[in-house]
Write a protein that binds this ligand. Structure first.
Ligand code: PHE
Length: 340
């Protein structure tokens, strides 16, 4: 059988040629199109055929030649663009960038706060979110009829009035003191719950960080100095602090601490309500009654405690206007913290 009889089969063949490397492609070109290739051979045979067949055969050989050339050109193009999908993997290529998740802004700020106090020698302490009345209120010197125990603020379980969701991390102070004698220097981050209507400015849960330092001769000056250092580490070295007298059942004296508004630099803006100051935490000297209730000799030891809201600090750092954003898991909000 001559090559000429094979033209239909050859035409099918060349239309399906594949090449995964430049070398494969060159071999195909040699096989079909080079001087000694199949198609030039056909041209040779063409000269021998009878004159009346020449016209039709010429057309078919040309068709075959064009098809081979087109297919080889198409393969060359494909290879220059990176080849087909079954191409061998390029092991020298760097890995594809893996999309990283983002840390939650509350976690970012909580860790930053923990870091600052860890550098001052504070250890981490933890306690349960589902607590009993004693650790949240009783041990913290809340009189039985104190309004904070009211159903308005605290989530109770009706059938078990002693089981509550902690309303503040001060409960962890008690958990630490009942197990450990001074020196105590702990920082207690955690979630707390209050029976509040959810709005842009209040939520039924939020995060606090409690600090407690108990030892001999601990004074209010120590507290002030540590809080000043914290404020300047967190918000910049020009930050000023201001302590205003306040009241908490578990500290005496008690204070609330403001920092110079880091959004307007103290000049006055809508965030600080034009005062130049924003409140960030409550603090004070641990009331001797609290030390005694938790098994620590108040004639020998003194201590200070402070408690701050992580959401509040995060708002100040990142100017988040609506508290609800922190718990809605909206990816558009969370992705804004990609590089933080
Ligand atoms: N527990 C207080 C609150 O939730 C904060 C606080 C902690 C105040 C420690 C003083 C000392 O508001």
């Amino acid at each position: 059988m001559s090559l000429i009889d094979n033209i239909p089969a050859l035409l099918d063949e060349v239309k399906q040629l594949t090449a995964s490397t430049a070398e494969d492609l060159e071999n195909l070109r040699i096989k079909y199109l080079s001087k000694k290739g199949l198609i030039p051979q056909l041209m040779g045979e063409f000269r021998e055929v009878a004159a009346e067949q020449k016209k039709e055969l010429g057309i078919r050989i040309n068709e075959l030649k064009n098809a081979a050339q087109e297919q080889i050109n198409a393969l060359r193009e494909q290879l220059s663009q990176g080849g087909e999908s079954e191409e061998k993997p390029d092991l020298t290529r760097s890995a594809y960038p893996t999309p990283l998740g983002t840390r939650h802004p509350i976690s970012i700020v909580r860790d930053e706060i923990i870091d600052i106090f860890a550098r001052l020698g504070f250890c981490l302490a933890d306690g349960p979110e589902i607590e009993d009345d004693w650790h949240v209120f009783g041990s913290m010197n809340f009189p039985d009829d104190h309004p904070a125990r009211d159903m308005q603020d605290t989530f109770f379980i009706e059938a078990h009035p002693d089981v509550i969701l902690r309303t503040h991390t001060s409960s962890v102070q008690s958990r630490v003191m009942e197990k450990q004698q001074p020196p105590i220097r702990v920082i207690c981050p955690g979630r707390v719950y209050r029976n509040e209507t959810i709005s842009a400015r209040a939520h039924c849960f939020f995060h606090q960080i409690e600090g407690l330092y108990v030892d001999e001769h601990v004074s209010f000056t120590d507290l002030k100095q540590v809080l000043l250092l914290f404020a300047q580490e967190m918000f910049g070295k020009d930050t000023k602090i201001r302590l205003r007298p306040s009241y908490f059942p578990f500290t005496e004296p008690s204070a609330e601490m403001d920092i110079s508004c880091n959004i307007c630099g103290g000049k006055g803006c809508s965030f600080c309500k034009q005062t130049g100051w924003v409140e960030i935490l409550g603090c004070g000297m641990v009331d001797p009654a609290v030390l005694d209730a938790n098994g620590i000799d108040s004639t020998k030891y003194t201590g200070y405690a402070f408690g701050l809201g992580v959401e509040r600090i995060t708002n100040l750092k990142y100017q988040v206007k609506d508290l609800r954003l922190f718990s809605e898991n909206d990816k558009r909000f969370l992705e804004e913290f990609q590089s933080a």
